[in-house]
Structures are given as structure tokens and as C-alpha cells.
Design a protein around this ligand. Structure first.
Ligand SMILES: Cc1cc2nc3c(=O)[nH]c(=O)nc-3n(C[C@H](O)[C@H](O)[C@H](O)COP(=O)(O)OP(=O)(O)OC[C@H]3O[C@@H](n4cnc5c(N)ncnc54)[C@H](O)[C@@H]3O)c2cc1C
Length: 374
């Protein structure tokens, strides 16, 4: 049997950023366990790579702002360039959705994020592919952008490893040792590990892992979402921002010589290697036809799907488990796990080191205890 003071389950953004910030705070004995042969095989390697700060929930907005600030000014000893292209974002709204988006922009402004309200004409002049689109106005955020997700994830892991963190791939957690309500170890496909602290950063598997330990079971659900990459399009300007119609849930951004497009489909799935569903292509073109008619002629070259794991109240789950001592949560990062990664890792590390800091109460898994009773 081996031992480790802290064991993190999962080498996605949640686990890697938490390991990095824990190591940065001086913790020496940390092991990340990843069931796959590589990091980022699941959600962290299958997303749209957009850094978006304008969101409705002020608690989340603090994390999106913190995460984006980290990407703009990486630490001097950061090991890998992350290719952050700060081309901005243009969020669109119509009807009541435009009023709601304007309120979200105000929340961002109050947090110190620079945003501007744009008329439909100004937005269409900036991104001509919006010609004929159905929206009332746009919110422009200059400091948003797109990041190289594989480089960013590698960066967290390398920076953590440089501070002594161990990463074990192909090592699947299958059970826990719990004595008198406290974690004392876990069993893996690669042998037993003695530990007093387990950090559940297992993404779509977070509830299954919690069940193995007898921890609280928050209402966390994995939802599949598809992304599509088009064939080359000569009229796309690589400097365009990402454009997201928030009211009708449809987005696009430059990708290679074409576009990456997403119909924001949402179907609950079991955790696993997410298969694609042909019928979502129809949904994509139906939405494009209705809301972004200038994109009607695009040809799809490839597509894939990934899981966004969301809690019923939409908030992340970060904090100590209320039932099992030594069991910590970093899960439910939904559609914001890239943007917020550094801020999430920093908050998790702070709460792990100092459980009584009073920070991050709004993300605590305790909020589900009364509701689920489990
Ligand atoms: C289509 C799509 C688009 C998205 N676009 C964006 C975007 O533009 N911007 C943004 O900020 N976010 C985006 N997201 C969200 C983002 O990808 C996620 O929030 C983030 O990747 C979640 O990271 P995670 O570490 O929690 O999960 P994961 O990346 O899934 O990592 C969890 C890891 O735990 C491992 N694991 C599970 N069980 C075990 C076990 N028993 N033993 C060992 N290891 C285990 C898994 O193998 C996995 O590698 C998008 C998501 C999707 C699906």
C-alpha cells in the first residue's frame, strides 16, 4: 500500500487546477489519479475553449472574472504558452432575453469587467455573418477570448508536477476505506492508497464517486452537448470574437479556416465516452436557419460531443462534504470549467487548507443535505 496526504480524483481542469493551487500554497504530498491514459480525455478536452465572463449569477461572475484575469497574466514560471487569443465576445439577446442580458452585463460591470452595449447595426458591422440575424442588441466584452485548452491543462499539470505533485494515469478509483465517518484510504485499479483527504474532481462521475464513499449525493447531472467544425469559409475573419445568441442558445467562433458552431443541445446522459447523435445536426441547421441565416450554407467537416455536469441550482459544488470527513468536492463546473479553472482551483485550495475561512459558502455541498437527505 502507498500513501499520500492528499489524493485528487480526476485530471481534468477541476483536479489539475486544484492540484496546482494546493502545491503553490506549499502542500507537498499530493497525488492525482486519472482513470484514462491521458489528461483531458473527457469534458476538459472536448469543450469550446471560450473564456466568457458575463454570466447571470454574481457568485459565478466572481470566478469567471478571476479565471480570465489569471489567463491574461500567467505567473512568470508558467511552463506552457496557453495561446490565449483575446478577441472578445459578443453576446446577443432578443425580447425579454435582451433585457436579461443587459442585467447580466450590469453585474459584470459591477465586478469590474469592461463591457459595452452594442446596437444591432454595430454588432453586424463588426461581424458581417450576423446579417439577417434575429436579435435586439449585443454585449461586447473585450477581455474574453479563446484559449488552447490542451496547453492550459498541460500547464496546470506541469506546474503542479514541478512542485512535487504525482500524477498516475490509468488508475481508476473503485472504493473507499471509511472509519468512523472519516476517509482513511481508497482502493484503485493499481492498488490501495492510504490518505486522510480525498478531493472529488471526477466530473461526470462525481456522484458515483460520492456514493462509493457514503458522502452526500448532490443533484448533479451530466448533459451532452455537441460541437461542429465547418469546412473552410473564405469570409471568416480569424479576429472575430465568439458570438453567442444567449436567448436562442446558439454560438459560433472562428476555428482553423472555418467556424466552430454549437446548437447548445442538452441531453442528460450517463458518465462515459459520449457518443454523438446525428439528429443534433438537424437541430443545428434548424436553429441556424431561424436565427443566423447568413450561416445557412456552411458545410460540417467534423463533430464531437462532451458532457457538462450541472447541479440543479446551476452552482458549482466546491467544499467539504457534510457527511464524510476528509472528503472534499470540486465538481459541477457545468459550462464554465475552462474560464473559471484557476479561480476554482484557488478557492478549493484555500478551503482545503483553511476550512473555516468563510469563503465560498455559496458553493458548499452542504446546501443539498436537507434537500436530498442523502
Ligand atoms: C461541448 C462543451 C463545450 C464547453 N465549452 C466550454 C467553454 O467554452 N468554456 C468553458 O469555460 N467551459 C466549457 N465547457 C465546460 C468545461 O469543459 C467543463 O466545465 C470542464 O471541462 C469540467 O472539468 P472537470 O475536471 O470537472 O471534468 P473532466 O474534464 O471530465 O475531468 C474529470 C476526470 O475525472 C476522471 N475520473 C472519473 N472517475 C474516475 C475514477 N473513478 N478514477 C479516476 N479518475 C476518474 C475522468 O476520467 C476525467 O478525466 C464545455 C463543455 C462541453 C461539454
Amino acid at each position: 500500500m502507498t500513501s499520500s496526504q492528499y489524493v485528487i480524483i480526476g485530471a481534468g481542469f477541476a483536479g489539475a487546477a486544484t492540484a496546482y493551487h494546493l502545491a503553490l500554497s506549499g502542500v507537498k504530498d499530493i497525488t492525482i489519479l486519472e482513470q484514462e491514459a491521458v489528461a483531458g480525455f473527457h469534458s476538459s478536452g472536448r469543450n469550446a475553449a471560450m473564456v466568457r465572463q458575463v454570466v447571470s449569477d454574481p457568485a459565478l461572475a466572481a470566478l469567471t472574472r478571476g479565471g480570465a484575469a489569471f489567463l491574461r497574466a500567467l505567473p512568470p514560471d508558467w511552463p506552457v504558452p496557453v495561446g490565449f487569443e483575446q478577441n472578445g465576445s459578443l453576446l446577443l439577446g432578443s425580447g425579454e432575453g435582451w433585457e436579461k442580458l443587459s442585467r447580466d452585463a450590469e453585474t459584470a460591470r459591477q465586478m469590474g469587467v469592461g463591457v459595452e452595449s452594442w446596437s444591432k447595426d454595430k454588432a453586424t458591422e463588426f461581424v458581417p455573418a450576423l446579417k439577417g440575424a434575429d436579435f435586439d442588441g449585443g454585449v461586447w466584452c473585450l477581455t474574453d477570448g479563446v484559449v488552447d485548452i490542451h496547453a492550459l491543462l498541460t500547464g496546470y499539470l506541469k506546474a503542479a508536477q514541478a512542485r512535487g505533485v504525482r500524477v498516475r494515469y490509468g488508475c481508476s478509483v473503485g472504493g473507499f476505506e471509511v472509519e468512523q465517518g472519516r476517509v482513511t484510504g481508497l482502493s484503485t485499479s493499481d492498488g490501495a492508497i492510504a490518505t486522510e483527504t480525498v478531493i472529488n474532481a471526477s466530473g461526470a462521475w462525481a456522484v458515483a464517486i460520492a456514493r462509493l464513499a457514503g458522502a452526500v449525493e448532490p443533484p448533479l447531472h451530466p448533459y451532452r452537448r455537441h460541437l461542429f467544425v465547418t469546412a473552410p469559409l473564405p469570409w471568416v475573419d480569424r479576429k472575430w470574437p465568439f458570438v453567442w445568441h444567449i436567448t436562442h442558445d446558439l454560438y459560433f467562433r472562428p476555428e482553423a479556416a472555418g467556424l466552430l458552431v454549437c446548437p447548445c443541445d442538452q441531453q442528460e446522459m450517463l458518465p462515459g465516452d459520449t457518443p454523438t447523435d446525428e439528429s443534433v445536426t438537424e437541430l443545428l441547421f434548424e436553429k441556424i436557419h431561424r436565427h443566423f441565416p447568413a450561416l445557412t450554407e456552411i458545410a460540417i467537416k467534423r463533430s464531437w460531443a462532451g458532457l457538462r455536469t450541472l447541479s440543479d441550482d446551476g452552482r458549482f459544488v466546491i467544499g467539504w462534504d457534510p457527511k464524510i470527513k476528509g472528503f472534499f468536492w470540486v465538481a459541477g463546473l457545468g459550462g464554465h470549467g475552462v474560464t473559471t479553472s484557476s479561480a476554482v482551483g484557488a478557492l478549493a485550495a484555500k478551503l482545503i487548507r483553511d476550512p473555516h475561512s468563510g469563503s465560498g459558502e455559496e458553493f458548499s455541498p452542504r446546501r443539498f443535505l436537507a434537500a436530498t437527505g442523502r
